[in-house]
Design a protein around this ligand. Structure first.
Ligand code: SAM
Length: 291
């Protein structure tokens, strides 16, 4: 059998039947059954034999087989314990450069993993993500300062759009700003539901986030900027001033808020959703100077 082989639906069905596997909705299990999509993901991620790759949610190992062929080493983190024997004893047994970890990705210290497996050098993350935790996974990777060169992921189409847009659109939010502060997003492919088993109810897209060496704006205190961003979007319908005043995460007085806004030239009646990344950065720097 030529390797990798699992992208072929025939083999996927064979494996599922052999192990009497029952899909778990709560884990967002939609396995890829389209070799063209798999090849596109691998091509876009530009993996070489020097690379260490982290895969989140290998499922039955469909994409893991491709990653193992291309990379020096792969670690695949899978929450569903019923998949572990399938991966270890069957679908991945021919590759000696793959380690499967049975864990919730949100509980894994990925920075420590990158240190251990890649000497702290930037890693590549590739995944067909479980859609119910897309945002915490991405925010966790960025905010914990995991050394990363790129993230190539399948996400819900709408979420891919959210990562790319700027102010003035309904999709613009905290995720757009976080992604665009840390990385350059680019949609690689739109993927219809029939490329998965079972078919998801929503459209999907592969998006690549290439990490900036230097963020596009200068911020003295990143944590403060993200607190300001969260406060603005938690209350989208309110003015920025009210959003900041009502935030549980911030304790600036009305006078301080008005002073910081005056300093940056942002009008007091503006809504947070109208601000660009640069304006949030300027505002964060003005608040930082106040204290
Ligand atoms: N990579 C496989 C593919 O493309 O066919 C499976 C992708 S499926 C969309 C998402 C996978 O993530 C499932 O195998 C699911 O069990 C796993 N998963 C869900 N939540 C997880 C979590 N918190 N940590 C690690 N894996 C998780």
């Amino acid at each position: 059998m030529t390797r990798p082989y699992l992208g072929n639906p025939k083999y996927t069905i064979e494996v599922l039947q052999k192990y009497n596997f029952a899909f778990q909705k709560r884990f967002g299990q939609n396995f890829l059954i389209d070799t063209h999509v798999l090849e596109k993901i691998i091509e876009a991620s530009q993996i070489t034999k020097d690379d260490f790759v982290l895969e989140i949610g290998p499922g039955i190992g469909t994409m893991t087989q491709y990653l193992a062929e291309a990379a020096r080493e792969v670690v695949a983190v899978e929450i569903d314990k019923t998949l572990i024997p399938i991966l270890e004893n069957d679908t991945l047994k021919d590759w000696d450069n793959v380690t499967v970890i049975n864990e919730d990705i949100l509980k894994v210290d990925i920075a420590a993993l990158a240190q251990e497996k890649n000497g702290g050098k930037p890693i590549k993350v590739v995944a067909n993500l479980p859609y119910y935790i897309t945002t915490p996974i991405i925010m966790g990777l960025f905010e914990n300062h995991v050394p990363i060169s790129s993230i190539t992921i399948m996400v819900q189409k709408e979420v891919a759009d959210r990562m790319q847009v700027g102010p003035g659109t309904k999709d613009y939010g905290a995720l757009s700003l976080a992604v665009q502060y840390y990385a350059k997003p680019q949609i690689i492919a739109n993927v219809p539901p029939n490329c998965f088993m079972p078919r998801p109810k929503v459209g999907s897209a592969v998006i690549q986030l290439v990490r900036y060496e230097e963020p596009p704006v200068q911020v003295e205190n990143e944590k403060l900027m993200f607190r300001l961003i969260r406060a603005s979007f938690n209350q989208r319908r309110k003015t920025l001033v009210n959003g900041l005043k009502n935030s549980q995460e911030l304790d600036f007085s009305k006078e301080e808020i008005e002073k910081a806004m005056a300093e940056t030239g942002i009008p007091v009646n503006v809504r947070g959703e109208a601000l660009t990344l640069k304006e949030f950065a300027d505002l964060a720097n003005a608040f930082h100077k106040l204290r």
